[in-house]
Design a protein around this ligand. Structure first.
Ligand SMILES: [Zn+2]
Ligand SMILES: [Zn+2]
Length: 222
């Protein structure tokens, strides 16, 4: 029996060096791999934003336009805005309504994005409150950085088990229904590999894909 002593020793040294960053980058690789399989449709994603939030935004926008235009026309606030259109109340009202709509749209997009993050984090089993708070806190002065961060690191969605199609969480190690190994590892270097990898990305070991041969028949213990 020939043992690849030199190779495994080199592998050991490499593995011990910065195993922390290795574990992190490996985790990120798997998260990206899972997320790549998610079919994200904007039309479907928009539905996640709570309906009450959308209606609240619409009502607030209409109220803001109505109040703004009425106050402007009443003249309580001094001369009509914008001053160039002081003699033409209809045009002035339209201009003001346009400005209010623009500002409202920006505020509404921000609020709905927060609503999306909350619901999305929840269905991915992440800390929804914390992520929403982080997005709020980082919105100013670092415009949208919280959202960008969220989309980079968010956990994958639950996905169907490759063997029995039961929905399993991205953090599960085994399928609770059929005991399928959801995080297969390389038989040579023991690192986690993706189901679709034909060769181990770390040691080039050829990986056999048992999942494709269909459901494995396991005799029950009893
Ligand atoms: Zn299963
Ligand atoms: Zn390997």
């Amino acid at each position: 029996m020939k043992l690849p002593v030199g190779d495994s020793f080199a592998g050991e040294v490499l593995r011990n060096e910065g195993s922390m960053s290795d574990a992190f980058s490996e985790r990120m690789r798997l998260i990206r791999f899972r997320r790549k399989k998610e079919r994200i449709l904007l039309r479907e994603e928009v539905k996640i934003v709570p309906k009450w939030l959308v209606w609240t935004c619409v009502i607030l926008w209409l109220a803001a336009v109505a109040i703004g235009v009425l106050v402007n026309l009443s003249g309580v606030n001094g001369p009509m805005f914008p001053e160039q259109l002081a003699g033409r109340p209809v045009l002035a009202s339209l201009a003001l309504a346009g400005i209010i709509t623009l500002l409202s749209a920006m505020a509404a997009i921000w609020l709905m994005a927060l609503g999306y993050v909350y619901r999305d984090a929840k269905r991915r089993g992440m800390n929804a409150g914390l992520w929403t708070l982080l997005c709020v806190l980082l919105s100013w002065p670092f415009f949208a950085i919280g959202f960008i961060l969220y989309f980079q690191v968010r956990e994958p969605l639950p996905y169907p088990c490759p063997r029995c199609s039961t929905m399993v969480g991205a953090r599960f190690n085994f399928c609770p229904n059929c005991k399928c190994n959801l995080h297969p590892s390389c038989p040579n270097c023991k690192r986690e590999v993706a189901e679709t990898d034909k060769f181990c990305p770390y040691c080039a070991q050829e990986l056999t894909r048992r999942q494709e041969s269909g459901p494995e028949l396991t005799r029950s213990a009893e």
